[in-house]
Ligand binder design. Structure first.
Ligand code: FES
Length: 112
């Protein structure tokens, strides 16, 4: 089954063997080495030049921009702002759906 794995590292991770030798493990996900060690593709494909706010796909050594990334925290803040708009609603359904029915007021406000 194919799957998408998102990697954000732009280079390898160093791991020390018990003998003190360094092994460089691919962090970018673009190595062709079956053991997962870095083969230098991160440099060949200029992974460090990627825009951190975008999502890329690599196909046969070609980088393709897939999407803009949305910060989930910013999205949650927007959702909270939307919820705040409903705080003035009386909840009786008189507003025709959204609070105020686009008028910015509820039936309770109209009585005043
Ligand atoms: S870190 Fe992935 S190829 Fe080097």
């Amino acid at each position: 089954m194919p799957r998408i794995v998102i990697k954000s590292a732009t280079g390898p991770f160093e791991v020390k063997t018990p003998k003190g030798d360094s092994v460089w493990i691919c962090g970018c996900g673009l190595t062709d080495n079956p053991d997962g060690t870095c083969n230098g593709n991160h440099k060949k494909l200029n992974v460090a030049e990627e825009d951190p706010d975008k999502l890329y796909q690599y196909d046969d050594g070609e980088r393709l921009e897939v999407a803009e990334l949305v910060d989930e925290k910013d999205k949650d803040d927007e959702d909270e702002d939307d919820d705040e708009d409903d705080d003035d609603c009386c909840g009786k359904g008189c507003c025709g759906g959204g609070c105020g029915g686009g008028r910015g007021e509820c039936c309770d406000d109209e009585k005043d």
